[in-house]
Design a protein. Structure first.
Length: 270
């Protein structure tokens, strides 16, 4: 039975992150505008944050630059001196790590709850709403040839996907089929390009129109990935200036919460 070479996957992740980070800083990449605070964010937030930054610029006239990647890879960049002012993580654990290491100004602030979905290409599953039970049947009959998840070593949604597959008793079964994306964004790209039959993705990416046209998705309950909360937090990083604090405050506004909600970031219950 084929096994994932996690060491190779991690090395590939580091290589991609290095290229991605350099491109964002020096060649534009997905960084927004030419000035303003540099904000590091989980790849799952790309479409929500790009809308938020555009709205912020329209309201205040101030620019913000965005860099996206897996939460774990971005934390490594911060620990290695990357000049980010804010960090939006796909889970609270990475923020807590930065707080403990003295890289932040204060503690993290919750901005929402993430959700994991099973995405499958159109017509693949007879009962897509059954989630992982339907995936198990399709895998056993050979309908699923490739399944993509984000890298569990760096991406919270990758860890949630691995936990969900293990909880459903499918982790061993899907090993020969598994494709590992560097982050949630790359996993979604594989699904969009038709390179895989199924994907475990953030709801924020599964909701984009291009993917909803390409396939179906079903939201998996939090109980499907026990131990992985996807409780999402933002934190101000050490040395951030006044412009970063202004954007930090804006991110907690009702207007921004409505945008997050529309993109699939849920309010934290309780």
């Amino acid at each position: 039975m084929a096994k994932i070479d996690w060491r190779a996957a991690v090395l590939l992740q580091r290589f991609i992150v290095a290229i991605f980070f350099s491109a964002c800083l020096f060649a534009g990449g997905v960084a927004q505008a030419a000035g303003g605070p540099l904000v590091a964010a989980a790849a799952s937030l790309r479409f929500a944050l790009e809308e938020i930054v555009d709205r912020y610029a329209g309201v205040t006239g101030s620019s913000v630059r965005l860099v996206f990647g897996s939460s774990g890879a971005l934390v490594q960049q911060i620990e290695n001196g990357a000049p980010f002012a804010l960090f939006l993580s796909a889970d609270s654990g990475y923020v807590e790590r930065l707080v403990a290491g003295g890289y932040t100004e204060g503690t993290g602030t919750a901005y929402g709850q993430g959700a994991l979905v099973l995405f499958t290409r159109l017509g693949l599953l007879s009962e897509p709403g059954e989630g992982l039970a339907s995936l198990a049947r399709a895998t056993s009959t050979g309908q699923i040839k490739r399944l993509v998840i984000a890298n569990p070593e760096y991406a919270p949604y990758g860890r949630a996907a691995r936990a969900a597959l293990r909880h459903a008793g499918l982790w061993t079964q899907v090993q020969p089929l598994l494709v590992v994306g560097a982050n949630a964004g790359q996993a979604a790209h594989f699904a969009l390009e038709g390179a895989v039959d199924a994907a475990l993705l953030p709801l924020t990416l599964a909701k984009i129109p291009a993917l909803t046209k390409a396939g179906n998705y079903v939201v998996l309950p939090a109980a499907s990935h026990p131990g992985i909360s996807l409780h999402q937090q933002i934190v101000v990083l050490r040395g951030a200036g006044a412009d970063a604090y202004d954007f930090f405050v804006y991110l907690q506004s009702a207007e921004v919460q409505a945008i997050f909600s529309r993109h699939g970031v849920r309010a934290i219950s309780g």
